[in-house]
Write a protein that binds this ligand. Structure first.
Ligand SMILES: NC(=O)c1ccc[n+]([C@@H]2O[C@H](COP(=O)([O-])OP(=O)(O)OC[C@H]3O[C@@H](n4cnc5c(N)ncnc54)[C@H](OP(=O)(O)O)[C@@H]3O)[C@@H](O)[C@H]2O)c1
Length: 232
C-alpha cells in the first residue's frame, strides 16, 4: 500500500537509511534498508523492540513516519467485537503513540532536524457509518500529534498529521467489500474505483516526501495531500 510506496520513494534518496516495520518481510536486498517484522497490534512486542528501533548517532535528519493502519471490521456500534476494538486501537492509535513517544525521547538531545509524520485520514473529521473505530482512532492520533507539536513548539521537532486522500490500496479493496447495511456509503466508494478517482500510492508518497523535505513551507500540523500540488 502507501507504506511500500513511501519506502520506495525514500530508497531513491541516497542520503537516507531506512528502518521499515510491517508484519510482511519484503526481503529486498538493499543495504540502505533494515526490515523489522513486527505486529503493531502486539504492544508488548513493540515495547520490547522500541529502543532498538531508534539508532543513536550523528544524523543530519531523522524522520518517523507512522503509516501502518487498519480499516478493521466495518460494523455499526452495538455489533462491534471487543477483541477487534482492542486490536484496532492498538494498531491505529497506541502503536503510533508509543513510536512517537520513543522517537522524541531518543532524539530530544540530538542536533538533527527531527520530523514526525503520523498518517491520519479525512475520516478523522468526517463521521462515516460503520467506521466508528477508524474515525475515532484517526481523530485521536491527529489530536495527539497536535499536542506533541504544541509541547515542542520551541524545539527542533516538527510534527505532521497527514491525510493521504483516497488511495488505491488493499484498504480501499476491503472498504468495497463491506456490507451495505453497516456502510451505507459503499456505492460512493465503489464509484471512486470504477471512475478512476483513486490516487495512486506512488503519487501520494511523492507528496508526503515533498512535504517532509520542505517542511518549512507547511506551517500547520494537520495536512492533507489534496491541498497542495507538487512543483513542476
Ligand atoms: N487507502 C486510503 O484511501 C487511505 C485513506 C486515508 C488514510 N489512509 C491511511 O494510510 C495508511 C496506509 O494505508 P493503506 O491504504 O496503504 O493500507 P493497506 O494497503 O491496507 O496497508 C496497510 C499497511 O499497514 C501495515 N500494517 C497493518 N497492520 C499492521 C500490523 N498489525 N502491524 C504492522 N504493520 C501493519 C501493513 O503491512 P503488513 O500487512 O505487512 O503488516 C501495510 O503496510 C493507513 O494509516 C491508513 O489508515 C489510507
Amino acid at each position: 500500500g502507501l507504506g511500500r510506496a513511501i519506502l520506495d520513494a525514500y530508497l531513491k534518496k541516497d542520503e537516507f537509511e531506512i528502518i521499515g516495520i510491517s508484519r510482511t518481510v519484503l526481503g529486498l536486498e538493499n543495504p540502505k534498508l533494515t526490515e523489522v517484522s513486527l505486529d503493531l497490534g502486539d504492544l508488548d512486542a513493540l515495547e520490547n523492540d522500541l529502543v532498538s528501533l531508534f539508532p543513536q548517532g550523528e544524523f543530519d535528519e531523522v524522520i518517523l513516519i507512522n503509516n501502518a493502519g487498519w480499516i478493521g471490521e466495518i460494523k455499526v456500534v452495538g455489533s462491534l467485537q471487543i477483541r477487534m476494538m482492542r486490536e484496532h486501537v492498538n494498531i491505529n492509535l497506541l502503536a503510533p503513540m508509543l513510536m512517537t513517544n520513543a522517537f522524541v525521547a531518543a532524539y530530544k538531545d540530538s542536533t538533527a532536524k527531527k520530523i514526525i509524520c503520523n498518517i491520519s485520514s479525512g475520516a478523522a473529521t468526517k463521521p462515516m457509518e460503520g467506521w466508528s473505530k477508524y474515525c475515532s482512532t484517526k481523530a485521536a492520533i491527529a489530536m495527539f500529534t497536535k499536542v506533541a507539536a504544541k509541547e515542542n513548539s520551541t524545539s527542533q521537532f516538527r510534527f505532521f498529521s497527514v491525510a493521504p486522500g483516497i488511495v488505491d490500496t488493499q484498504m480501499q479493496h476491503e472498504i468495497r467489500l463491506a456490507d451495505g447495511l453497516d456502510f451505507p456509503e459503499i456505492e460512493r466508494f465503489k464509484s471512486y474505483k470504477e471512475n478512476g478517482d483513486l490516487s495512486t500510492p506512488e503519487s501520494v508518497a511523492s507528496k508526503i516526501s515533498y512535504l517532509l523535505a520542505n517542511e518549512s513551507e507547511f506551517e500547520e500540523v494537520i495536512q492533507d495531500v489534496r491541498n497542495f500540488d507538487l512543483p513542476d
